[in-house]
Structure formats: structure tokens, C-alpha cells
Design a protein. Structure first.
Lengths: 112, 247
């Protein structure tokens, strides 16, 4: 197993787990955290690709710069998402996007 | 109608068979993604190689900085725009919120406060150092901005309310600074008769340093602002009150 395949494997597993949680989690903060896990996995993958792609004895600089800009954008988007979640909480007291509970069986009502 | 549309989604995310289906879906996604990643060609050249091969001594020593602010400067320009937009959007959404707060922030211990006193200047120095090394070594504007924003967060967590209590004109200007610098740079290079963002060799290093400073200021401002707008300031003095009251 090369270092690249190890990193790529970890990144893919992280993306899969976080994608599953993103689909099933209700609390908005959890969704935001899973998005951040996906971000981190993609950065790991990009760094691994850049590391494998040696140019003149050094790692390819292009994936590195994409990760750098990506980190800043990811932090900005997360903070914006948290701001929206806080505003939702301030307005409605909800920590999740409200789903209609009418006409549904009880056991589908309020699982987290 | 609305309920009927939502029902299948809830069956998918809230029931055991639905979740098993979702798990199978994400597993399939992972397998496909893994296959694609393993299939990535090992090129041995970089997208920036042609430009880096033409490198002369007017270009930054650091490959990463050369790519960020010269070869792929459009990427960085748009990144600065995204950052500005998230900052503005966060300010807009935050306004008038506060009907329901998340409860009083925890009191700041004197130990944390004293620690912040010591750490914040060091963090500030580290940020300036990273910025100063940006053209020749790993490091640069984005890292420096992030580190400086961390310094602001430390001070804020230690209860210094003065920082960004309400985003005033200075913070707004800081947010805009990098985009303004990029627009100025693009405009000037157009006026000189080049492509937008095309460097003139003898001005390349000063332009890159100026852009780096502008990006540092804007990244630090934006990240600090986003933190400040999403966290209530810690209460000071609460701890003393608790100590005084024996009940």
C-alpha cells in the first residue's frame, strides 16, 4: 500500500461516513459538522494527489493552493451556515429544519 | 400536497429500512469515488509547470505563492470575493436576531484572561512573520490571516468586548480591502495595456506583496468578524459574584 492509496482510502471513507450522517442528521449543527468533515476529506485527497505528483522533486503546488483557498472558503461557508442556524433558532426556537408532523405515524415523529 | 411530497423523504431518513438504503447508497458512492481516485493518472507534471518553467527572478521563490498570486491569480480573486460575500451575508442574516439567545455565555476565568494576555501578542507576531515569509517560503497571506484571526478569537474568548462588538466602518473596510486591491490591480494592468491581472515584470514583486498584505487583512477581518457575529461575548465579573455569594 503506497502512502497515496492509504490517504485516498481514508479520505473516501471519511466522505462516505459524513455523507451518510449529512443525510440522516436532523440537528443543523450536526449537518454543518458533517460538511466540514467532507471538506477535510477532500483537502486530504487533494494533498495526497499533489504529494504523489512530484514535480522536480517537490509536491505539485497547484493542489496545495486549491486547498489553501478551499480552507478559507470552507471556514467562511461554515460560519455563514452557523449564522443562519442561529437566526433560525432565534426566530423559531428550532435547531432543525421543521418537517410537518401531521398525518404521520407516531414513530416517525421525533427521532433524532 | 406538501406533506405527500415530504413523506418519502422522511421514510428514507427516519426508518430503519430507509436508513439501510441510504447506507447502501453512500457505500456505492464511496466505491465509485474510490475507483475514480485510484484511476487518477500519475502525471509527473503540474498544471503550473509551463509557467513555473518560464520563471525568472522577478517571480516569488515559493511555488505556492507564485501559483496563488501570479499563475492562477483569478482563483484567488474569486476566493476573496466569496469571503467578502460570506461576511456580508453573515452580517445581513445576523441583524435583528436575538429574540431568543442561547443562554448567558460562560464566565471567563482570570487564568484564561491572563493567559490570553500572554498568548495574543505571540499569535500576532506569528501572523506577521508568516506574512513576511510568504514570497520565499511556505506560509503567506491566507495562513497569516487565519492566524491573526485566531488572535482576535483568543482575546474575544478572554472577554475583551472592544473587539468587533459591533462591526464598525473599520471592520467593513478591512473586509473590502482585498477585493479593492484586486480590482485596482486588475484595472491598472488593463490600463497599462496588458490582460487583467497580468503582472508587469518589474512591478511583480511589489504588486504581489501588496496583494498579500491586502489578503491578510481581509482574511483576518472576515474570519474574526464571522466568529464575533456567531458568538456572544463572554460575561465578565460573573465569577466574582459567584465567589462572593456563599449560597
Amino acid at each position: 500500500v503506497t502512502r497515496f492509496t492509504l490517504y485516498a482510502f481514508v479520505a473516501v471513507v471519511m466522505i462516505a461516513i459524513a455523507a451518510y450522517r449529512l443525510l440522516t442528521a436532523r440537528h443543523l449543527l450536526r449537518k454543518i459538522v458533517t460538511l466540514n468533515v467532507i471538506d477535510a476529506a477532500i483537502f486530504l485527497l487533494l494533498i495526497a494527489v499533489g504529494y504523489r505528483n512530484q514535480v522536480g522533486g517537490e509536491a505539485d503546488p497547484v493542489p496545495q493552493t486549491i486547498v489553501l483557498t478551499g480552507i478559507v472558503v470552507a471556514v467562511g461557508i461554515s460560519a455563514f451556515a452557523i449564522t443562519i442556524a442561529r437566526r433560525l433558532y432565534a426566530e423559531t426556537g428550532d435547531t432543525a429544519v421543521q418537517e410537518e408532523d401531521r398525518d404521520l405515524p407516531d414513530h416517525l415523529g421525533d427521532q433524532r | 400536497m406538501d406533506d405527500l411530497q415530504r413523506l418519502p423523504l422522511r421514510l428514507l431518513t427516519r426508518t430503519a429500512p430507509g436508513r439501510a438504503l441510504l447506507a447502501a447508497f453512500t457505500l456505492a458512492l464511496a466505491v465509485i469515488l474510490g475507483a475514480v481516485v485510484l484511476d487518477l493518472p500519475e502525471e509527473g507534471t503540474s498544471a503550473a509547470t509551463p509557467a513555473l518553467d518560464r520563471r525568472d527572478d522577478t517571480m516569488p521563490e515559493s511555488d505556492v505563492t507564485a501559483v496563488l498570486l501570479d499563475i492562477r491569480v483569478y482563483d484567488t480573486f474569486f476566493e476573496v470575493g466569496v469571503l467578502l460575500m460570506t461576511g456580508v451575508a453573515a452580517l445581513a442574516v445576523r441583524r435583528d436576531a436575538g429574540a431568543r439567545t442561547i443562554g448567558p455565555a460562560p464566565a471567563v476565568s482570570p487564568i484564561v484572561r491572563r493567559h490570553a494576555h500572554r498568548v495574543a501578542p505571540v499569535v500576532g507576531l506569528a501572523g506577521v512573520y508568516l506574512l513576511s515569509q510568504g514570497t520565499s517560503a511556505p506560509g503567506g497571506a491566507l495562513e497569516a490571516g487565519a492566524i491573526l484571526a485566531t488572535g482576535v478569537m483568543i482575546l474575544r474568548l478572554a472577554g475583551y468586548r472592544g473587539i468587533g462588538a459591533s462591526p464598525g466602518p473599520a471592520l467593513r473596510a478591512g473586509l473590502l480591502f482585498a477585493l479593492a486591491a484586486f480590482l485596482l490591480f486588475g484595472g491598472v494592468s488593463l490600463l497599462v495595456g496588458n490582460e487583467p491581472f497580468e503582472h508587469v515584470a518589474q512591478w511583480r514583486m511589489p504588486a504581489i506583496v501588496a496583494l498579500e498584505v491586502a489578503i491578510t487583512v481581509s482574511v483576518a477581518t472576515a474570519l474574526a468578524l464571522l466568529f464575533v457575529t456567531t458568538s456572544p461575548p463572554p460575561e465578565l465579573g460573573e465569577l466574582e459574584q459567584i465567589e462572593e455569594d456563599p449560597s
